[in-house]
Structures are given as structure tokens and as C-alpha cells.
Design a protein around this ligand. Structure first.
Ligand SMILES: [Zn+2]
Length: 326
């Protein structure tokens, strides 16, 4: 053995012994769910368009209480993630019976259901599930039944990532929104457990649940992820236009154009036909939030999320760095 090698080896052994005797203190609190950081001061990460298909093989579930929630608040991110390799499904929790145009409750339900399928198609989601809970009254339904159905779907579809309302946002007035958020939050980790709903395993399913969570909100929330949706804004507008029965987009541009025309006025922004009016209205008014959020981070359009990454542990790194031969 050469002298240099011997000295190097001896030094390393001495170093390892010192490290083994004085364990390194923890460096930081982890970010992940459950046992993660308790800080309200977070670093904001800008998720930019990725090249290639980094998410190939992964599955997302876009989950909404009502048919206009996902397209308005997370449609750009769904489009981005699908373009980068994900496949995905749309899960709608309520029966959408309480909002929109129609002559009867039944007609509104049918119209919203048709719109929802079209939203899913325009976003590129391959299937739409309807869980059919009573609109505006989901807080009267056992959350545990919703959780059980979501656990089944997560295992069946092998869902890796969810997009849904934030269960920890500071203000939300609609019970369907916060009940959905809480049902999804608990279903994500219970779906991964071998002790929850074990009868599923007799039917061939395995413990499997989402580890990535993109939570959006209408009110104040912890925002640690800003997704650049600039390349997808026009596709997002197109998806939002599918909600003609309810929501802030649909035919509202054409309606405003007609109202103004009856008063002998027009907005040049709305152009000269209904389609142009609807697209321009949606981009400028219904999705004004995306423009403001983008501007705040030097982007054209953005969506905000409280992003919860997969649970992580410092132990593998610690072992790799500090373990020594016996
Ligand atoms: Zn809603």
C-alpha cells in the first residue's frame, strides 16, 4: 500500500470515528405532510414548464366539489402536468344541483354533468367520476363515507398526485369546498395504509395513495408553489368556456356584448362575435386572478398552490453519510 493511500485511509477512518461519536444535529424541519414544518414562513418555488415527459407513468386526480372549480383554479396546472407526461381523471364530488341556468333542478344537474364531461375532455383528462353528494349540503354527509370511496378510487386508479381545495386555507365560505378538501386529505394517506379497508386487498387492490398534493384556495392560504401557466392560458380559457350552465366564464362575454349593444354601446375588448367575446371576457375578467398572480412573480399567468411534497426522511442521507463499518 502506498503511504499516501494509507494516510488517506487512516484520516477517513479517524473522521468517521469522530462523526460516529458526535452525531450531526438536525439541519432543518422537513416540509412534508403529517410531521412536517410548522412554519408559516415558506420559500416560494416557481414551477416552470419542463421539457420532455418527466412525469411519464404518473397518474393525477383533479378533484372538485363543483364543475367549475378545477378549470378555474387549477386548469392551467392540470394541462401542464398532462403535457409533461401524467395521465389523469376528474372526480366531481357534488351533484351540482344548486347552481346554474335551467328550468328545474333536474335540468341543472343534467346540464352541469354534460359541462363537466366537456371540461374533462378539454383538459385532457381521460375519465370523469361523479360521486353525487348533495350540492351546498355536503357538510351534512358523513365525511368518512366520502373518504372510503376516495380511498377505493386512489387504489384502483393508482393515483400519485391530487389537485384539490386546501384543507388548511384560512377562509372558505362554501361547505362543499372545505368538506371535499378534508375528505381528500385524509384519504391520501389512509389509501397507503395496509390496515385501512383491508377488504380491498381481497379484491386485488394494493395499498396505494397520492403523495404529491397541490392545494388551491379562494381565500388566504400558505403559498409555496407558483405554477407558470403562461403556455397554457388559452387552453385553460377554452376549458373554462365549457362551463356554460354555471361559473364565471361560459357565455358571459357574449351576454355582456348583447347587453351593451342593446344600450347602443360596445367594448372593443369583446370583438365582433360571441366566441371572441367569451374568450376575451374569460381571459380578462373570469381569470384576472391568474394575471395578477403571474405579474407578482414576473410571469404572464400563474396559479398558486400550497404544495405538499411526498413524505421524506432524513434517515437514509444520515446513514449514507455517517455509518461506519462494525
Ligand atoms: Zn365550487
Amino acid at each position: 500500500m502506498e503511504r499516501r493511500q494509507f494516510i488517506g485511509g487512516a484520516l477517513l477512518a479517524a473522521q468517521a470515528q469522530t462523526q460516529a461519536q458526535t452525531p450531526a444535529p438536525p439541519q432543518r424541519e422537513l416540509d412534508a405532510g403529517g410531521d412536517g414544518s410548522s412554519s408559516y414562513s415558506v420559500d416560494t418555488f416557481i414551477e416552470r414548464p419542463a421539457s420532455g415527459k418527466p412525469h411519464q407513468g404518473k397518474v393525477l386526480a383533479a378533484i372538485q366539489p363543483h364543475c367549475d372549480d378545477i378549470p378555474c383554479l387549477a386548469g392551467g396546472t392540470v394541462l401542464k402536468l398532462l403535457a409533461e407526461g401524467y395521465t389523469g381523471v376528474l372526480i366531481t364530488m357534488s351533484n351540482d344541483s344548486m347552481a346554474g341556468d335551467g328550468a328545474s333542478i333536474g335540468e341543472i344537474v343534467a346540464s352541469n354533468e354534460r359541462d363537466t364531461r366537456e371540461v374533462g375532455r378539454r383538459l385532457g383528462l381521460k375519465e370523469a367520476f361523479f360521486l353525487n353528494y348533495p350540492n351546498h349540503n355536503m357538510d351534512g354527509w358523513p365525511i368518512l363515507e366520502m373518504r372510503a370511496r376516495l380511498v377505493f378510487l386512489f387504489r384502483l386508479l393508482q393515483v400519485d398526485t391530487v389537485l384539490v381545495y386546501d384543507p388548511s386555507s384560512l377562509y372558505e365560505r362554501n361547505p362543499d369546498h372545505y368538506v371535499t378538501a378534508r375528505a381528500v386529505e385524509s384519504a391520501c394517506w389512509m389509501a397507503q395504509s395496509e390496515w385501512d379497508y383491508p377488504e380491498h386487498f381481497r379484491a386485488g387492490l394494493k395499498p396505494y395513495g397520492p403523495r404529491d398534493r397541490y392545494y388551491f384556495a379562494r381565500g388566504p392560504q400558505l403559498v409555496n408553489r407558483v405554477v407558470d401557466i403562461g403556455p397554457y392560458i388559452d387552453q385553460k380559457v377554452f376549458a373554462c368556456l365549457a362551463n356554460v350552465t354555471q361559473g364565471p366564464a361560459g357565455n358571459n362575454g357574449a351576454k355582456l356584448r348583447r347587453t351593451l349593444a342593446a344600450q347602443g354601446r360596445k367594448l372593443p375588448l369583446l370583438g365582433n362575435d360571441d366566441d371572441t367575446a367569451n374568450r376575451a371576457y374569460t381571459k380578462r375578467f373570469a381569470l384576472a386572478r391568474d394575471q395578477l398572480r403571474g405579474q407578482a412573480h414576473g410571469l404572464a399567468y400563474a396559479e398558486y398552490f400550497h404544495y405538499i411534497p411526498p413524505d421524506e426522511s432524513e434517515i437514509p442521507d444520515y446513514v449514507a453519510r455517517y455509518s461506519v463499518p462494525v
